[in-house]
Design a protein around this ligand. Sequence first.
Ligand SMILES: Cc1cc2nc3c(=O)[nH]c(=O)nc-3n(C[C@H](O)[C@H](O)[C@H](O)COP(=O)(O)OP(=O)(O)OC[C@H]3O[C@@H](n4cnc5c(N)ncnc54)[C@H](O)[C@@H]3O)c2cc1C
Length: 402
Amino acid sequence: MSPGPRRVAIIGGGIVGLATALALRESSPDAPLTVLEKESEVGRHQTGHNSGVLHAGVYYPPGSLKARLCADGRARMEAFCTAHGVPFTRCGKLVVATREAELPRLETLRERAVANGLAVEVLDRDALREVEPHAAGLRALRVPESGVVDYGEVARAMKAALIAQGVAVRTGQSLRGVRRMNHALVLETGTGEVESDFVVNCGGLHADRLARRFGLDPGIRIVPFRGEYFHLSAAGAAKVRALIYPVPDPDLPFLGVHLTRGVHGTVEAGPNAVLAFAREGYRRRDLSPGDLIEAFAFPGFWRMAARWWRTAAYEWRRSLDPALFLRDLQRLVPSLTRDDLCPGGSGVRAQAVDRDGRLADDFLFVEGPRSLHVLNAPSPAATASLAIGREIARRAGERMAG
Ligand SMILES: Cc1cc2nc3c(=O)[nH]c(=O)nc-3n(C[C@H](O)[C@H](O)[C@H](O)COP(=O)(O)OP(=O)(O)OC[C@H]3O[C@@H](n4cnc5c(N)ncnc54)[C@H](O)[C@@H]3O)c2cc1C
């Protein structure tokens, strides 16, 4: 590597890439830093299409990266928002058990939450109605520390903070190729080249492909799962005070369709988790032959499909039939009606799947030649982003010093 401060480039101007740039700027104030983002603005993919929940850290196995980085990241995110004038609310949430069979899983969640340092409370049928008068259930876990924020706004504030600190945030520049030159890496974009001593890949839905460009066999494939939302009408929204979640399936990394009153006051219902036919497949009809061929060529895709085809088929049916979506929401808030559901937006999750067809649960950071790759950063990675950034900066610093 060249003498003097290391030049670092970050691929991806989503919240993880931007938070990584902030952490690297803090740990090496003199290092030339560049963020390359292919879209014309930061935060256009997962970061700008999510539920906007500041997760408290209930679900994650104690000791996992998710558990550790979510708690630290949420505190850092609240501090960042306060310092940069980005509104957020700590509104609390309910995880509601609506069937007897869910009660043991609710208890497991309570134990996890406590092990993760959260002060949670178990509410009976009447007590949960005092918190959410229109919700119904047998029992609920109340998590006071959950909150809401607009992560698109956070990303734009991060970009402004980076530019103010001399970081080059280059939007509209897609990484197309990588070549080695002496001790450096030359990153080729459609509009020029960037020389760098070390690269951090935060490419979200394209992270596995980007890793391969750096000579790494990532061992996983990113599979896109679209999350579709309904937006609640004013009458529907009046039935939801804050955040109402079901008890999730412990075998899946998704939380189940829920109700979220966002930081701007609107209420969203969703997201489901529909296997998408394109990595940036925001609409049902979006289909990318290249993305599909790549997925089909990966043995893990078929192993995943063999295991989860029933769930996948139900998700597609529910996507096509609002009555099924409504039925699942009515388990949480029985008085919701079809008239309460208005068409909403969608987001696409970048979910890493391994060769055995397992859906990666924890965050996944993999080292490559002169590079570090974020290969699985699903929810709660937006909440945790500022802690993830510090973790990456630490690992990158060790690599560059070594
Ligand atoms: C439906 C949904 C709901 C969610 N809800 C929540 C929630 O409530 N709370 C929470 O904490 N998390 C939530 N998440 C997860 C959260 O949104 C993601 O974990 C987080 O945004 C990941 O950020 P990222 O920077 O890794 O990815 P992204 O935001 O996708 O950013 C990756 C960036 O890389 C860029 N890129 C890709 N290829 C290239 C290239 N070749 N050259 C240059 N740039 C490139 C992309 O354009 C993109 O901007 C949700 C996600 C979804 C999809």
